[in-house]
Write a protein that binds this ligand. Structure first.
Ligand code: MG
Length: 332
């Protein structure tokens, strides 16, 4: 069975689609009311974010667009010290998409949301004509309740801080590229796509101060290092040899001409903590499966000429540039 244009028409077929595909999987008292907007009572400060997902292909080793659209948005809340609570889910479906595929990715999204105790409280379903979209695009917005106490910020890094990366760099990008039929290359690398809230919660519970925290997605470590350096008016110095990269990811990069530090992740964070708190932070991260391979990868220095530098194995320092161009379109 394939999705028909009429299923996005707003009539009987749409109602049936929503009831069979969405409500059957995401049912909760707020969503089930099917009002024009969800009414949420939080009683405390909230963080709010949104993200669109256009990954190609829709399914890849380690995940699919359904898991990704939940994890991606929740992770942006977690790194802002907000405990994720609510999600919106908006689907733009191309006419002719296989119904079984749509059902698999929605089941995957529902599984991930349930595992994280998140409610999908509003949403939308559109169907566009063949060629009007590529299979399926999803937008999710997320709302989370802010933790009390000091909050990490992109501008919060201070000279002397240690930079910690929570695991291997570049796995998501390599897994997705490997799943694309047009690239004549295969890999056993699996996407790191994961909801990071449990890892972030463990980090907060460790009692370490967190000056800055960002999930490292499109543009990889290179992009995030530049963003944080600019925002904090500091220079991030990353030691190339200290960044965890799987040998197979490195081999794929050598083959394809990529730098593993430029590649997207979907389950990794870069954290800046006072140097004295680094051991405590590392211990907390490594005790959790999502942070088992965490490592200190660099330091913060007073702002020099550039926001980010890369220190090579020989001790030379080169500019760590923001990745340029359309290196890897449709990676998330
Ligand atoms: Mg982010």
């Amino acid at each position: 069975m394939r999705v028909k244009l009429a299923q996005g028409g707003g009539g009987r077929e749409t109602a049936a689609l929503i009831s069979e595909l969405i409500l059957s999987r995401f049912s909760n008292p707020i969503l089930d009311r099917l009002e024009d907007a969800a009414i949420l009572e939080t009683g405390q400060p909230v963080a709010f974010t949104t993200d669109s997902f256009v990954v190609k292909p829709l399914e890849f080793p380690g995940g699919d667009i359904g898991k990704l659209c939940v994890c991606g948005t929740l992770n942006d809340l977690s790194v802002m010290a907000a405990v994720p609570k609510y999600l919106s889910l908006a689907l733009i479906i191309e006419e002719g998409l296989e119904m079984a595929l749509l059902e698999r990715v929605l089941a995957s999204a529902a599984r991930e949301a349930a595992a994280q105790n998140i409610r999908v409280v509003c949403g939308d379903t559109k169907v566009v004509e063949k060629g009007g979209a590529d299979g399926l695009f999803i937008n999710t917005s997320g709302l989370g309740l802010l933790r009390s106490g000091a909050r990490p910020s992109a501008s919060g890094l201070k000279p002397g801080d240690a930079l910690i990366f929570s695991g291997f760099s570049g796995d998501h990008a390599i897994a997705v590229l490997g799943a694309r039929k047009e690239l004549n290359f295969s890999t056993s690398i699996v996407s790191d796509c994961a909801c990071l809230e449990p890892l972030v919660a463990a980090l907060f519970a460790s009692g370490c101060q967190i000056h800055s925290m960002r999930d490292v997605t499109r543009g990889g470590l290179s992009a995030v290092a530049n963003e944080l350096g600019e925002a904090s008016k500091a220079t991030l110095v990353i030691e190339r040899e200290a960044v965890p990269v799987r040998p197979e990811t490195q081999a794929a990069c050598d083959l394809l001409g990529f730098n593993p530090l430029d590649l997207a992740n979907e389950g990794k964070i870069l954290i800046g903590v006072p140097d004295g708190d680094a051991p405590k932070a590392l211990k907390a991260l490594r005790a959790h499966p999502l942070g088992r391979d965490a490592a200190v990868i660099g330091r913060i220095e007073p702002r020099g000429s550039f926001p980010a530098l890369l220190q090579t194995a020989l001790g030379n320092r080169i500019i760590l540039e923001m990745p340029r161009g359309e290196l890897l379109p449709r990676i998330c």
